[in-house]
Design a protein. Structure first.
Length: 145
């Protein structure tokens, strides 16, 4: 196996630039690592679960999911701002597609809303006519000389 190395040498600006070719170098054949073929169609299988319960921020949620082949089943839940818990149970497969069932549990707690007192608008005052006796029709009611 022959390998030809090529190097370009550049001189300082202003000089003629030409590539310089190295002589052919003979090298030993490269060793090729042998790897077992990877099956990209292996049976997928996994499971996970996590949860958060932060009393300081009120962030409460959890999730779990497992997969066996092309069938995925899982659920997640979260504490909503009104105090109820939303839970979603889902499944997905090639035959039925994705399906989810959403449920809410607990009793909603709503903060009392105190309405502000009703304020009535001030009465409308009509402007004076645009002219008075002795002024021209185009004079301003605000410019009294």
């Amino acid at each position: 196996m022959a390998v030809l190395a090529v190097a370009a040498v550049h001189a300082a600006p202003g000089y003629l630039e030409q590539p310089v070719y190295a002589h052919a170098v003979h090298a030993a054949p490269l060793a090729v690592a042998h790897h077992e073929p990877q099956d990209y169609y292996a049976h997928p299988k996994y499971a996970f679960k996590y949860g958060v319960h932060d009393a300081h921020t009120g962030d409460v949620k959890s999730a779990s999911e497992h997969r066996d082949g092309d069938v995925v089943k899982g659920e997640y839940s979260l504490l909503q701002p009104d105090g109820t818990t939303r839970t979603v149970h889902y499944t997905a497969d090639d035959h039925n597609g994705f399906n989810a069932v959403v449920t809410n549990s607990g009793h909603a707690v709503h903060a009392e809303v105190h309405s502000a007192p009703v304020v009535h608008a001030a009465p409308v005052v009509h402007a004076a006519p645009a002219y008075e006796h002795g002024y021209s029709q185009y004079s301003s009611p605000y410019a009294h000389y």
